[in-house]
Write a protein that binds this ligand. Structure first.
Ligand code: HEC
Length: 129
């Protein structure tokens, strides 16, 4: 057996020995993605953080410190026809009236995450558990 062949064999043996590491990682990844509840809890946490960082300044507890009537309570969202997460996400990223958009700060999908969280809170009347 020449040297090239030996080192190839060594390499093969190395991968053969660490194959369990691959198997276990694949199982972990699969397990992670098969937990929709856990995932949405993480997403919800992200939405909450985004809200605290970029929205709560004016919309503390779902209110509006500048235009009281344009708050995030369910009745107000319904009145203004934005009681769905798509409409809220659009406002979060593009802004509305005198409120500017937060597209750059929210990043990819951030608008959707924060909108879902807001809608969830509105449905619970902004009462924290
Ligand atoms: C600097 C203060 C400020 C910040 C920060 C802010 N908003 Fe607003 N928001 C306003 C004002 C003012 C209005 C009313 C705008 C108008 O109609 O002229 C408003 C309106 C809204 C409305 C419409 C509410 C309704 O009942 O019609 C939504 C939804 C909303 N904001 C979501 C958000 C989200 C999501 C964030 C964070 C990404 C955010 N806002 C951050 C000031 C702010």
């Amino acid at each position: 057996m020449n040297d090239a062949c030996k080192s190839r064999k060594k390499l093969f043996n190395f991968f053969f020995r660490i194959r369990n590491v691959f198997l276990i990682s694949f199982c972990c990844i699969f397990f992670y993605f098969s937990l929709p509840k856990e995932l949405s809890a993480i997403d919800s946490g992200l939405g909450e953080n985004l809200f605290k960082n970029y929205c709560a300044g004016c919309h503390i507890n779902g209110g509006n410190i500048i235009r009281r009537s344009k708050n995030l309570k369910l009745s107000s969202l319904k009145r203004n026809g934005i009681d769905n997460s798509e409409a809220i996400a659009k406002i979060a990223s593009q802004g509305i009236g005198i409120m500017s958009g937060y597209e750059d700060q929210l990043g990819d999908k951030g608008d959707q995450l924060v909108a879902n969280w807001i809608l969830e809170q509105a449905q619970k009347a902004w009462v924290q558990e």
